[in-house]
Design a protein. Structure first.
Length: 67
């Protein structure tokens, strides 16, 4: 493993043979944290959007079950 640090980044190099689903989960988490760190949304905003998404998803599932 090689770790390099620049002024703006930390670069981690791993042997390809270490790639696995667990590593992908870690990479996904780091990507999520990067995106969230740039967000200006409050928890209230997130909760509101999530609530609207759940309602929309529920309606779509109900429509699919009727078809």
């Amino acid at each position: 493993m090689i770790v390099q640090q620049t002024d703006t980044e930390i670069i981690i190099k791993l042997p390809k043979k270490l790639y696995s689903k667990r590593l992908q989960v870690i990479l996904d988490y780091l990507e999520f944290k990067t995106i969230v760190s740039k967000s200006k949304a409050s928890q209230k905003d997130v909760d509101s959007i999530l609530s609207a998404m759940k309602i929309t998803r529920k309606k779509k599932v109900q429509q699919m079950l009727k078809a």
